[in-house]
Write a new protein. Structure first.
Length: 676
C-alpha cells in the first residue's frame, strides 16, 4: 500500500394534440409550418411586443439581467421536515415514478447495510409528488427495496433510473457497494428493478455486475452506446480495498438487452484497462479508483462519450465514442485528465515533511520548512511515485456537462476534494471550456478568470463531490452549483453567470447556503417552468465544536425557485421510439438546439451521473430570457441514423412534447401537468 497522494481518506457513505406543427419535410425532419393552425407558433410580426392576444402563450418581460436568483425553503411547508415525512438523505435524485409528469424524489445515504422497516435509519426514501402540494412516502409500497427472498430493507448504496425495457416507465439500477471490508457480511448485491408502470417495482433475474473479486461500485450512468434503441449501463468501480492500488479494478460497460438483462461489452467497446503498475503507469491505461461516471456528447457527432472522474490524485479518463459503441482513449492530452499543475516542491506538506529529516539528499535540495508538525508524516511521500504526473492530479468526484458559453458544444464542470496541505498541485473544482474537442484540448481558464472563487479560512478543505450546470433564472446562461461537504466550513455553492460570461457566488444571498451539502437534485417540483433544488447533507467529520452544530440526521432540504418562472423558456419532453431503429424511450443522448433572437441554446438529454449519484428532472428547461420566439428548434435523436426533427417559429413558455416519428404537441404547463 502506498500513499494516496497525501489525500485524506474518504469513503462515500456510498387536450392530446393541441397544435399541429406542419408536415414532414423531404429530409425526414418535421417543420412547424405557417399554415395558420399552429396557435403555438408565431408568424409574421404577431407578438413582437410580447403580448399575444390570440389565446396562445404569453410572452414575459423579465427586464434586464442578471437579477440575482433567489430561493425559498419549502421543506416544512410541504411536510418534508422532521415533524412530517422527515426527508433525510445524503444523495437526492429526481424521477417520475408513475409517469404522471410530476417529478418524485429518491434519497439515499449510500449505505451497504440493510434497512430495518420497523425502526428505519433512513438509508433510503422514495417520495411521490402530490401535484406540487406535498409528497407521499412510497418507500415500502414501491417494492424497490425488497430483497430476492422477499425481505423488506434490501441494501441500496446508490440508485439510477432509466427505462431499460422500453415500456415507457422508469426502471432502476440499485447498486450495492462491496469491498474487502464488508464482503463477508454483505447480504445483497447490485440488481435491476423493473417498474410495473405505476411506480411499483419487481426485481429482475439475478446477474453479476462485476467480473472481479469485489464490486466497489461508486457510480453508474445510462447511455445508448451503440444506438440500438436500448439503454446500456456504465458502472465505475472504486478501491476493492481502500488505498491498495492493486485492488483497483476494471470499470464496465454493459449492453442492455431490452428486458432488464445486461451483458458485458467492455472489451468489445475498447474500454479495457490493466492492473496498476508503477513501471507502466505513464501510459494512463491502468485501473483507477473511479469515483464518478458521466456520459455526454463532447464532439457533437451524435454519440455519447464517457468521462470517469478518478480519486487518489490519478488522472481522470476520457473515452470518445467513435460510433456504434466503440471507444478510443483520449485521456492524455485532453485537458480533462488533470489541470497540469505539478508543482509540489513549494507547498506539499507531505513532501516537505519527507525532506525535513533528509536535508542531505539531492532530491530535497531547496525544500522549505513545512507549515505543520510532521510527527508521523515523514514517510508519507514516495519518490518516483508521488512526484509523477499520474499521481499529481485531483480527487475528482463528479463531472457535469453543459454549454456554458452558448457556442453550441458541451463544456465541463469538475468537482474535486482538495486540501491546503497538499498545495497547488492538487486539482481544484473548475470549469473546462470546449474549444473544439477533440482537435483541441479542453481549456482551463482558471477560477480567477471565470469567477468560480470562494473565501477560505485557515487550514481549509474543499469537499466538493458534486457538480451541476443549469440555467436557474432562465436568462439563457448556465449557472454552476457545487455541493461541498465532509469538512468544516463547507457548504452549497451557487455561482450565477453574468452577462460577461463570468460567475458570482450567491449561495448566501440566494438562500441556499446549506452546510455540509452533499447531494443535489434539479427538480421543477411545482411545474412552473424553472429548476427548484433539493439538497442532501452529510454528517461526515462533523465535530462537537463545529459552527453550526451537527444536526441529529442527514436532513435534505427543498428550495423553491422564486425567479426563473418570470423569464421566457421552452420545456421539452422527448420520447424515443425504441428498438428496432428508434432512439431509447428516455431519449438519453438527444441533442436539442434552439435559436431564438439570433442566440443559440443547446441542451442534451442526460442520464444520472457522478459520485453515487446525481440525477435531475427529466423535463428539459431551456431559458430564453427576454426572447419570445424560437425561430428554429432541432432535435437530433440518438437512433440508428441520428435523424433530426426540426420545428420553426415556436412561441416561448410552452412544453414541446415530442415522440420520435410523430407530430410535435405544444402544451401549456397547465395542460402538461394535467397529462394532456
Amino acid at each position: 500500500m502506498r500513499s494516496l497522494g497525501g489525500s485524506v481518506g474518504w469513503l462515500a457513505g456510498l387536450s392530446l394534440a393541441l397544435w399541429a406543427l406542419g408536415c414532414s419535410s423531404t429530409d425526414g425532419s418535421r417543420d412547424a409550418g405557417q399554415d395558420g393552425e399552429a396557435d403555438g407558433s408565431l408568424d409574421g410580426q404577431d407578438g413582437v411586443d410580447g403580448d399575444q392576444d390570440d389565446g396562445g402563450p404569453v410572452c414575459l418581460h423579465p427586464g434586464i439581467y442578471p437579477e440575482p436568483v433567489t430561493f425559498t425553503e419549502v421543506t416544512q411547508e410541504l411536510g418534508l421536515g422532521p415533524d412530517g415525512l422527515r426527508m433525510t438523505g445524503i444523495l437526492a435524485l429526481v424521477v417520475d415514478l408513475d409517469g404522471d409528469r410530476w417529478p418524485d424524489l429518491a434519497l439515499t445515504k449510500s449505505s451497504s447495510a440493510r434497512e430495518d422497516p420497523a425502526a428505519p435509519h433512513g438509508y433510503y426514501r422514495l417520495l411521490h409528488n402530490l401535484g406540487g402540494t406535498g409528497f407521499e412516502d412510497w418507500t415500502w409500497r414501491s417494492g424497490l427495496f425488497r430483497a430476492r427472498d422477499g425481505t423488506e430493507g434490501r441494501a441500496t448504496s446508490l440508485l439510477l433510473f432509466g427505462d431499460v425495457d422500453n415500456d415507457g416507465d422508469q426502471d432502476a439500477f440499485a447498486g450495492v457497494y462491496q469491498n474487502y471490508d464488508n464482503a463477508a457480511t454483505l447480504v445483497d448485491r447490485s440488481a435491476v428493478f423493473l417498474n410495473q408502470g405505476d411506480g411499483m417495482f419487481a426485481i429482475a433475474p439475478e446477474q453479476a455486475f462485476t467480473l472481479a473479486e469485489y464490486e466497489p461500485v461508486s457510480s453508474a450512468t445510462f447511455l445508448d452506446a451503440d444506438h440500438d434503441g436500448y439503454l446500456d449501463l456504465f458502472t465505475s468501480e472504486w478501491y476493492g480495498r481502500y488505498g491498495y492500488l492493486e485492488s483497483m479494478t476494471q470499470d464496465y460497460l454493459w449492453r442492455g438487452q431490452g428486458d432488464g438483462a445486461f451483458v458485458d461489452m467492455t472489451a468489445a467497446a475498447g474500454l479495457t484497462t490493466v492492473p496498476f503498475d508503477e513501471d507502466t503507469a505513464a501510459d494512463g491505461k491502468f485501473h483507477r479508483a473511479s469515483w464518478g461516471a458521466t456520459a455526454c456528447d463532447l464532439d457533437d457527432d451524435g454519440w455519447d462519450d464517457l468521462l470517469i472522474a478518478a480519486y487518489g490524485r490519478s488522472w481522470n479518463q476520457l473515452y470518445r465514442n467513435t460510433g456504434a459503441g466503440v471507444f478510443e482513449d483520449l485521456t492524455i492530452g485532453s485537458g480533462y485528465e488533470a489541470d497540469g499543475n505539478q508543482s509540489f516542491r513549494e507547498d506539499d506538506q507531505f513532501f516537505l515533511c519527507y525532506c525535513q529529516s533528509r536535508r542531505d539528499q539531492p532530491y530535497c535540495e531547496g525544500a522549505g520548512a513545512p507549515a505543520l508538525m510532521c510527527a508521523g508524516m515523514e514517510n508519507n511521500w514516495w519518490p518516483g511515485v508521488n512526484d509523477q504526473p499520474w499521481d499529481l492530479g485531483g480527487n475528482s468526484g463528479t463531472t457535469a456537462c453543459g454549454d456554458v458559453d452558448n457556442d453550441g458544444d458541451l463544456d465541463l464542470l469538475t468537482s474535486e476534494i482538495a486540501h491546503w496541505h497538499i498545495g497547488q498541485a492538487s486539482d481544484k473544482s473548475e470549469l473546462l471550456l470546449n474549444v473544439g474537442f477533440p482537435a483541441a484540448p479542453f481549456l482551463r481558464p482558471g477560477n480567477e478568470a471565470t469567477g468560480l472563487t470562494r473565501v477560505h479560512a485557515d487550514g481549509w478543505n474543499e469537499g466538493d463531490m458534486g457538480a451541476a450546470l443549469a440555467d436557474l433564472d432562465n436568462d439563457g446562461r448556465m449557472d454552476a452549483m457545487i455541493p461541498s461537504s465532509d469538512y468544516p466550513d463547507t457548504y452549497f455553492l451557487l455561482w450565477q453567470q453574468g452577462s460577461g460570461g463570468t460567475f458570482r457566488e450567491l449561495g448566501q444571498q440566494a438562500g441556499v447556503r446549506v452546510h455540509r451539502s452533499r447531494g443535489l437534485g434539479l427538480v421543477d417540483y411545482d411545474r412552473d417552468g424553472d429548476y427548484d433544488l433539493v439538497i442532501g447533507t452529510s454528517l461526515m467529520r462533523w465535530s462537537s465544536g463545529d459552527d453550526p452544530p451537527a444536526p441529529d440526521d442527514t436532513y435534505a432540504y427543498l428550495f423553491r425557485n422564486d425567479v426563473g418562472q418570470d423569464s421566457n423558456k421552452l420545456m421539452f419532453h422527448l420520447v424515443g421510439a425504441g428498438a428496432p431503429g428508434g432512439a431509447n424511450r428516455d431519449a438519453i443522448g438527444a441533442r436539442i438546439r434552439v435559436t431564438a433572437g439570433g442566440k443559440l441554446f443547446v441542451r442534451e438529454v442526460q442520464s444520472g451521473h457522478g459520485l453515487s449519484q446525481y440525477q435531475h428532472d427529466p423535463l428539459v428547461i431551456i431559458g430564453l430570457g427576454n426572447e419570445c420566439l424560437a425561430e428554429e428548434i432541432t432535435i437530433r435523436w440518438p437512433n440508428a441514423t441520428n435523424s433530426v426533427t426540426t420545428l420553426h417559429d415556436v412561441r416561448a413558455n410552452q412544453v414541446v412534447y415530442l415522440q420520435e416519428g410523430q407530430e410535435a404537441r405544444l402544451l401549456s404547463l397547465e395542460q402538461y401537468r394535467a397529462g394532456e
